[in-house]
Design a protein around this ligand. Structure first.
Ligand SMILES: [Zn+2]
Ligand SMILES: [Zn+2]
Length: 79
């Protein structure tokens, strides 16, 4: 319980909208299974293979996908 003026409510709505927007922007750069970020950092990605769905562009850690590492295209079952 807290006293909220109109200004506070506007700020709150703006913060929520911004958070949602940022979350949806980041979605394509995150693993859809464990939500780890797909970092463009060679040192961190060295031992991690990523694979992207050709339909929706969602990224997955290859360990979560039963798909040949050498295949050129990947479409997840949900797509
Ligand atoms: Zn993952
Ligand atoms: Zn997909």
């Amino acid at each position: 319980m807290f006293p909220a003026g109109q200004k506070d409510l506007d700020l709150l709505r703006w913060q929520i909208a911004t958070t949602v927007l940022e979350a949806s922007e980041d979605l394509t750069d995150m693993c859809c299974v464990c939500s780890a970020e797909n970092l463009d950092n060679p040192e961190q990605d060295e031992n991690t293979t990523w694979i992207a769905c050709d339909v929706c562009g969602s990224w997955f850690h290859h360990v979560f996908v039963a798909f040949p590492n050498t295949a050129e295209t990947f479409v997840r079952m949900a797509c």
